[in-house]
Design a protein around this ligand. Structure first.
Ligand code: MBD
Ligand code: FE
Length: 281
């Protein structure tokens, strides 16, 4: 059987994710003081040296590592590698002061400026978009309790086969990506479809590490969001579905109990209710 995704490759999605990172996020890396760079680089290297001594790492293993690191770059998988195995701790440290909503990692597949849908509408999708229809209602508030009108809810997620538009071939641009703006009462309503669990590409460098280590490549099904309002901290989160077999062993360590949805069956699909509480900046 052939599917629309047979031509999806790690190298192609990695190249897209690398380009995305370079065009949106490669600012703010200048101006880190040398003392800070030295401190962090020194401690990371010390940790590597300690691991080599502790486990008596051989030249064969050192060369395997060198070859693998080269292939991470060749496959464009630095965004994937870092977001899967490192970002969750950066997110934890960056948001530990917050009193409002829990967030989680962004991952490699966000694209800014998805089509605007107002306070109530559907994300862009194909006429025959597979997957259970979801109707999601919620309200954006401040930690003070006041509703936030005109807050932005940006949603992006994989399709029912586990693929993201703009990173896998043969999916229309902006499919399952939309920007919503809360109404005067802070409410929004979004119509989309349930995403599938996501398996990170198995044919690239990250997939080779997973296979060599005997790990699995799965993330549970998830909806990604960025929620923002003037005068408030940007919230980046993901929402999860109860019962997913990978909720407890997400390869990206990004599941939190506060981010679990409670879908209710309704005629023609499922309804979810989930709102966001933003911390004042
Ligand atoms: C994803 O869809 C994702 O959300 C993360 C964090 C890493 C890889 C793929
Ligand atoms: Fe994702």
């Amino acid at each position: 059987m052939t599917t629309a995704h047979d031509t999806a490759t790690a190298a192609a999605s990695g190249a897209s994710a690398t380009e995305r990172f370079k065009s949106d996020k490669l600012t703010g890396v200048e101006g880190t003081p040398p003392e800070r760079v030295s401190l962090l680089a020194r401690e990371v290297l010390d940790a590597v040296h300690a691991t080599i001594r502790k486990h008596k790492v051989t030249y064969d293993e050192y060369n395997a590592l060198k070859a693998w690191l080269i292939s991470v770059g060749e496959d464009g998988e630095w965004p994937l590698f870092l977001d899967v195995w490192v970002e969750h701790v950066v997110e934890e440290v960056a948001t530990e002061h917050r009193e409002g909503n829990k967030g989680t990692i962004e991952g490699p597949y966000y694209v800014p400026d998805a089509p605007e849908q107002g306070s109530s509408g559907s994300v862009p999708m194909r006429d025959d978009e597979p997957g259970t229809p979801l109707t999601w209602t919620g309200r954006v508030t401040s930690t003070s309790g006041s509703a936030l009108a005109g807050a932005k809810v940006e949603l992006w997620h994989a399709d029912a086969d586990g693929y993201y538009s703009q990173f896998a071939p043969n999916i229309p641009e902006w499919n399952l990506r939309g920007t919503f703006t809360t109404a005067a009462d802070g409410n929004f309503e979004i119509r989309t479809v349930r995403p599938a669990p996501y398996q990170i590409p198995t044919d690239g460098a990250c997939g080779k590490l997973i296979a060599a280590a005997g790990w699995h490549a799965w993330r549970p099904a998830h909806l990604h969001v960025k929620v923002s309002a003037p005068g408030h901290e940007l919230l980046t989160a993901q929402l999860y579905f109860p019962g997913d077999e990978h909720n407890d062993d997400d390869i990206a360590s990004a599941v939190k109990p506060e981010l679990m949805l409670a879908p209710k069956p309704v005629t023609g699909g499922e309804a979810i209710e989930y709102g966001f509480v933003l911390d004042p900046a």
